[in-house]
Ligand binder design. Structure first.
Ligand SMILES: Nc1nc2c(ncn2[C@@H]2O[C@H](COP(=O)(O)OP(=O)(O)OP(=O)(O)O)[C@@H](O)[C@H]2O)c(=O)[nH]1
Ligand SMILES: [Mg+2]
Length: 334
């Protein structure tokens, strides 16, 4: 059988928008096998010049907020406007839960059957760094394949939201109306990264409550931001009926237009690249450290001498760093 991960075949296949090649290219960039990483680097080197032209939107919200339903409905609308839509996800918990995010194909039923859409579940990479890397690289593959809107879904918990906010142009929060405290469920650290908020499930008996919640949120955001110019737009929508979805997309476009007009889209992406450079470098060094032959060889002994009180942590550190440096000098880092 022909090599499915042959870069010389994958590159023209991806650029021509062929689904089989796009899928394989994503499988390749998701892999952590060292030989795959070498090929993935070459693949990305060739594809990156063709990427970067998409509208990148991060979508977050607490479990059950309606992210999948929203993405399905919004995605189909964007297809109808002539966009090519790709959906990727960052959900490190998907290993444990068996793939909750985007796993529920029933809720993205329509989008995933459409020829001009590409829906990819979160890679099950275990730790967040690995998952975020794979998602980011998948995004580049999809952009090179001609998808001009990339929606990145994440769960509204933990560091995943931060990771997603660092790879998109606009970060959209799907909130729910909760009487008394609409800010509940949106963590403080993430609020300042949010560009657009929409209170979902504004339908039926919920509609009024959603509007009240949006008004409260708007006020709270203005208070927090100090001036109303930089405060995110707060809207209401129903992913189920489609009401308000056009307005949400307009708010996303308006946010992006503001960035572009100020020259800050390029700045934002350049800043994300710098931050990414250092995240990757740190990961690479940590990986080299934990697999470095001399470190592996001496670590048990150093830990034992630390436990017996023979060594201080500082002295132990010196021994490990020295072992690591000697491997580096020998060219023995993986
Ligand atoms: N009434 C109403 N129900 C909705 C709406 N959007 C989603 N739902 C329902 O809310 C439930 C959760 O929706 P999902 O789209 O699966 O939510 P999610 O945020 O993707 O959930 P997780 O993937 O578990 O984090 C489902 O039963 C949906 O049918 C809406 O606009 N109105
Ligand atoms: Mg979902």
């Amino acid at each position: 059988m022909a090599d499915p991960y042959d870069v010389a075949t994958l590159v023209p296949g991806v650029l021509a928008g062929q689904r089989l090649h796009i899928s394989r290219a994503i499988t390749l960039v998701e892999s952590s096998r060292p030989d795959h990483r070498v090929r993935a680097r070459e693949l990305l080197r060739q594809l990156t010049p063709h990427s970067g032209r998409a509208i990148r939107v991060g979508i977050s919200g607490v479990p059950g907020a309606g992210k999948s339903t929203f993405i399905d409905a919004m995605g189909v609308r964007l297809l109808d406007r002539g966009h090519k839509v790709a959906v990727v996800a960052v959900d490190p918990s998907s290993v444990r839960t068996g793939g909750s995010i985007l796993g529920d194909r029933t809720r993205m039923g329509e989008l995933s059957t459409r020829e001009d859409a590409f829906v990819r579940p979160s890679p099950s990479g275990g730790h967040l760094g690995g998952v975020a890397r794979a998602t980011r690289e998948s995004m580049l593959v999809l952009e090179a394949a001609g998808y001009d809107v990339v929606l990145v879904e994440t769960v509204g918990v933990g560091q995943s939201e931060v990771a997603v906010s660092e790879m998109v142009d606009t970060f959209l929060m799907i909130a729910l109306a909760r009487s008394g405290d609409s800010l509940q469920g949106i963590k403080r650290g993430i609020l300042e990264r949010v560009d657009v908020i929409t209170v979902n499930k504004a339908d039926g008996d919920n509609e009024q409550e959603a509007r009240v919640a949006a008004r409260e949120l708007r006020g709270a955001m203005r208070l927090m931001m100090g001036d109303s110019d930089s405060a995110p737009a707060v809207l209401t929508c129903s992913a189920r009926t489609g009401a308000g979805l056009d307005e949400v997309w307009e708010a996303v476009r308006a946010h992006r237009a503001t960035l572009e007009a100020a020259g800050s889209l390029e700045e934002r992406r350049a800043q994300q690249q710098r931050q990414w450079l250092w995240a990757l470098t740190t990961d690479t060094v940590i990986e080299a450290l934990t697999t470095s032959p001399r470190v592996v060889q001496v670590r048990a002994e150093v830990e034992a001498r630390l436990a017996s009180g023979e060594l201080s942590a500082l002295e132990g550190t010196e021994l490990l760093v020295e072992a690591f440096a000697r491997d580096g000098a020998d060219g023995a880092w993986p």
